[in-house]
Design a protein around this ligand. Structure first.
Ligand code: SAH
Ligand code: MG
Length: 198
């Protein structure tokens, strides 16, 4: 039997950045309220959010991509412990190197923070017309509001990229995005009606 507490404890001990409680609650609510059934996740880590999302309803299917082999192996174990093999399929790959078939009513981006625009552009064609792209870590522990106070060059560059992503979403003519402060900052982006195919 799987245990979410054990996965949370493993994440704490091994510094795996799984979703914060308030963020995962937001995601679960979105899935319930919008009757989401097919989910694509970029960034599985150890499978925590994929498992949480799959547990919302037993008709939900999740495809999730992870590039780190150790985390992938841990995720495979966790998904197996929950007997969710038939509803969660995990792919070991860099999400920018592969293409995924099919359409999803939720695409959850929770991978390399500097590459969110690339993930968004690459995977938007896998979104159903009334689906949403949800992105995590837009506040990045509050740092996005205070870029000028950051001393580390690398960190500053990363935080700037996250702010670029937010600007990209705000200025996007194809999608409209709403921003929430739940967890570490979340956006929900939906296709404008005029860009839908039907
Ligand atoms: N969604 C998970 C946490 C993901 S942490 C949860 O809440 O439980 C982010 C993960 O994205 C890391 O494990 C990292 O290895 C992975 N990642 C980063 N860039 C990636 C890429 N380009 N392709 C696939 N995985 C990526
Ligand atoms: Mg995250």
């Amino acid at each position: 039997m799987g245990s979410l507490e054990k996965i949370e404890e493993y994440a704490r001990q091994n510094k795996v950045p799984i979703m914060q409680k308030d963020g995962i609650k937001f995601l679960e609510n979105y899935i319930k309220q919008n009757n989401v059934k097919n989910i694509l996740e970029i960034g599985s880590a150890i499978g925590y959010s994929a498992i949480k999302m799959a547990l919302v309803d037993d008709k939900i299917k999740v495809t999730t991509i992870e590039r780190d082999e150790n985390r992938y192996n841990e995720a495979v174990k966790n998904i197996d412990d929950f007997n969710l093999n038939d509803r969660i399929s995990i792919i070991l790959a860099d999400a920018l190197d592969i293409t995924v078939a099919g359409r999803y009513d939720l695409i959850f981006i929770d991978a390399a923070k500097a590459q969110s625009i690339k993930f968004f552009e690459k995977y938007k064609s896998n979104l159903t017309d009334d689906g949403a792209i949800i992105t995590d870590n837009l506040n990045f522990h509050g740092l996005t509001e205070n870029v000028d106070t950051i001393k580390s060059k690398n960190l500053k560059a990363l935080v700037r990229k996250i702010n670029n992503y937010k600007d990209f979403l705000k200025e996007n003519e194809e999608f409209t995005s709403l921003f929430y402060n739940n967890g570490d900052g979340i956006s929900v982006s939906k296709k404008n009606i005029k860009n839908r195919k039907i």
